[in-house]
Design a binder for this molecule. Structure first.
Ligand code: SF4
Length: 275
C-alpha cells in the first residue's frame, strides 16, 4: 500500500485516537464546524493580509495609530466575510458578540507586540517605518511538501531575523504551554524546512494570540523527533486501512461539558456494545 501523505494534524490525531484518524483521514467523514476553527481561520487571514497594507503615509509619529486603525478595519472586514460561516453555527447573539470581541482583543494584542518590534527595529537600525515594516514582514502561508517523508505542512510565517530564520505558527488557544502536540508540529516544520533549504531554521515558535510569542531552539533532537513520529505513523497507515486496526482511545476528549469529538455519534465510544 502506498504511503499516505501525512501532516502535523493527521499525526497528532493518530496519536490522540487512531479511530478518530480513521474517520477523518481514511473514511473522510465530514467534521463538524465550530466557532474555534472558523474564528481561528479568520484571525489567520487578518494577520496574513495585514502585511500587504500600504505604508506610504506612515511616519514615526503616526504609524502606531494607523496600524491599529487598519487592523481594526481588517478585522471588521473579515468578520463580515466570515459571517455566513459564523451564522451557520447558530450561536446566540451574546455568544457571537463575545467571540467577535475576543477576536478583536487577540488581534490588538498581536498588534501591540508588532508595534514593540517596530520600535526595536527602527531604533537598532535607524531606518524608516516603511523599511522596518518590510524587515518585519514574514513569508506567509507557505506550503512545504516532502516526498521523502511523505508529509506536508503549511507554515504561517517565516521571519528572517538578522541572520536567523524563525518559523512561527499563530494559535488562538486558551492554554499557552508548548504541549507535545505543538512541539511535534514545530519539529515537523523544522524537518520540512531543513529538507528544502538544506539547513535547519534557528528557532520555531508559537504566537499565542491571547498571550505572546514563545520560541524554542531547533536542534537535531527536534528533527529526530519528527522523523521518528513520521516513521511510526507510516509504519501503521501504509499497512492497513481496516477500521478494526484503528482502535478507539476513549478519554475526556470524546465528550466534555461543552462539546464532543466530531465523530462521537458515529463512534459511540460509550455504548456498552463497544466496551
Ligand atoms: S469519540 Fe473518542 S474514541 Fe471515538 S473517535 Fe472520537 S476521540 Fe476517538
Amino acid at each position: 500500500m502506498a504511503k499516505r501523505v501525512e501532516s502535523p494534524s493527521s499525526i497528532n490525531t493518530f496519536k490522540q485516537c487512531k479511530r478518530k484518524y480513521y474517520y477523518n483521514y481514511i473514511k473522510k467523514l465530514p467534521g463538524v464546524p465550530n466557532i474555534h476553527q472558523v474564528r481561528g481561520n479568520m484571525v489567520h487571514t487578518i494577520l496574513e493580509n495585514f502585511y500587504d497594507i500600504d505604508t506610504s503615509s506612515f511616519t514615526r509619529e503616526n504609524y502606531q495609530l494607523k496600524c491599529k486603525e487598519i487592523i481594526q478595519k481588517l478585522s471588521l472586514h473579515y468578520w463580515k466575510q466570515y459571517e455566513p460561516k459564523i451564522k451557520a453555527l447558530h450561536l446566540s447573539q451574546d455568544k457571537e458578540r463575545f467571540y467577535f470581541e475576543e477576536s478583536m482583543l487577540m488581534v490588538m494584542n498581536w498588534m501591540n507586540h508588532f508595534i514593540t518590534d517596530m520600535e526595536k527595529v527602527m531604533e537598532k537600525n535607524t531606518i524608516s517605518c516603511q523599511e522596518s515594516f518590510i524587515k518585519l514582514t514574514p513569508v506567509r502561508e507557505q506550503k512545504y511538501m516532502s516526498e521523502k517523508h511523505s508529509i506536508r505542512g503549511f507554515i504561517d510565517a517565516i521571519h528572517y531575523v538578522e541572520d536567523e530564520v524563525h518559523i512561527i505558527d499563530y494559535k488562538t488557544n486558551a492554554r499557552f504551554d508548548m504541549k507535545d502536540s505543538i512541539k511535534l508540529q514545530l519539529a515537523i516544520y523544522s524537518l520540512l524546512y531543513e529538507e528544502l533549504h538544506g539547513k535547519m531554521p534557528h528557532k520555531v515558535g508559537i504566537f499565542f494570540l491571547r498571550n505572546k510569542l514563545k520560541v524554542m531552539n531547533v536542534d537535531q533532537e527536534l528533527i529526530q523527533l519528527a522523523k521518528q513520529e513520521i516513521e511510526l505513523i507510516h509504519g501503521h497507515t501504509s499497512i492497513t486501512e481496516q477500521e478494526i486496526d484503528y482502535p478507539r482511545t476513549v478519554t475526556g476528549l470524546c465528550k466534555w461539558s461543552t462539546g464532543k469529538c466530531d465523530f462521537y455519534d458515529t463512534c459511540k465510544p460509550h455504548s456498552p456494545i463497544n466496551n
